[in-house]
Write a protein that binds this ligand. Structure first.
Ligand code: ZN
Length: 292
């Protein structure tokens, strides 16, 4: 999409929000806990039951329920996958491979011909890799940490100890972060770029962690709208900045390769929290800084 058109459409979209909706944005809060204490508390959160993606406009971020295991937006089986033993992992892969064999059979192929013989196993490993975001936590509780230290294959906390006290109050932006994810409606990839910005409030996050947070959530089954919000809310939760902005542009294979078959169609989603939502000037500065 043309950058000016993007700026205009986002500005219009945000201005269309009613005043009452804007008032639900939580007030800026000054945290009194020390950074080191905060990290070990875990940044896990989950929406109230039954809601898969909270609408940041309608349901304020602070209605999120803390997740006891420090998991960011856990799905039904996130915990059991995260804590699976080597045997259990093997068992999962075997089940997936058996299902892939069935697919090969059903589409009219011969699962026993040479080229396809190892495909079920390869696919099982690939799909576990492509969804490895279920095995990553934002920051964990101590009980889970000790458990996971015995399981070296598990990546420990994404945010880890990368929260620093810093008196910086200007906008921090990381843009052009490449994203690959799987659309949860068709299990086919969507790929694109994400730009993340925040304005600190006493705490900053290690720069690479912005990309790591995006990576963790993108390696789960997703819809682009939710992925955008999860990144924004994770940063909001971790360092309580004055505001967070996330804009994502992606191409969905389910749109370009099947169905309507519109190659080149780009889906743009955004999530603005705090001052990026309430202050048009800040939002415009951000949108002009991410122009290419
Ligand atoms: Zn799809």
């Amino acid at each position: 999409m043309d950058s000016d058109a993007l700026v205009n459409s986002l500005s219009q979209k945000l201005e269309a929000h009613s005043i009452s909706e804007l008032q639900t944005v939580p007030e800026l809060t000054t945290t009194t806990t020390t950074p080191s204490h905060r990290v070990h508390e875990g940044y896990g959160f989950r929406p109230p039951s039954g809601v898969s993606t909270p609408l940041t406009g309608h349901a304020p971020v602070d209605t999120l329920v803390p997740d006891v295991n420090g998991l960011g937006w856990p799905a039904k089986s996130t915990y059991s996958r995260l804590t699976a033993t080597a045997e259990e992992k093997k068992e999962r892969e075997q089940k997936i491979a058996a299902a892939v064999r069935t697919i090969l059979d059903c589409i009219g192929e011969d699962p026993d011909r040479e080229g396809l013989l190892r495909t079920p196993d390869r696919y099982a490993q690939a799909v576990m890799w492509m969804t490895r975001g279920y095995e990553e936590r934002l920051a964990g509780t101590t009980s889970l940490v000790s458990f996971l230290q015995q399981s070296p294959s598990v990546t420990l906390d994404v945010i880890n100890d990368a929260v620093f006290a810093e008196d910086h109050d200007e906008m921090v932006i990381v843009r052009d972060i490449d994203i690959s994810s799987l659309c949860e409606h068709h299990l086919v990839p969507f790929t694109g770029k994400v730009a993340i910005a925040y304005i600190p409030n006493k705490l900053v996050l290690g720069l690479s962690k912005l990309a790591r947070i995006a990576e963790t959530f993108s390696r789960r089954l997703q819809v682009q709208e939710r992925l955008t919000k999860q990144i924004a809310i994770a940063i909001q939760e971790a360092i309580k900045p004055r505001g967070v902005a996330v804009v994502m542009e992606a191409t969905h294979l389910c749109m370009t390769m099947r169905g309507v078959q519109k190659p080149g169609a780009i889906t743009v989603t955004s999530c603005m929290l705090g001052c990026f939502r309430t202050h048009q000037k800040i939002r415009e500065e951000f949108l002009s800084l991410i122009k290419r």
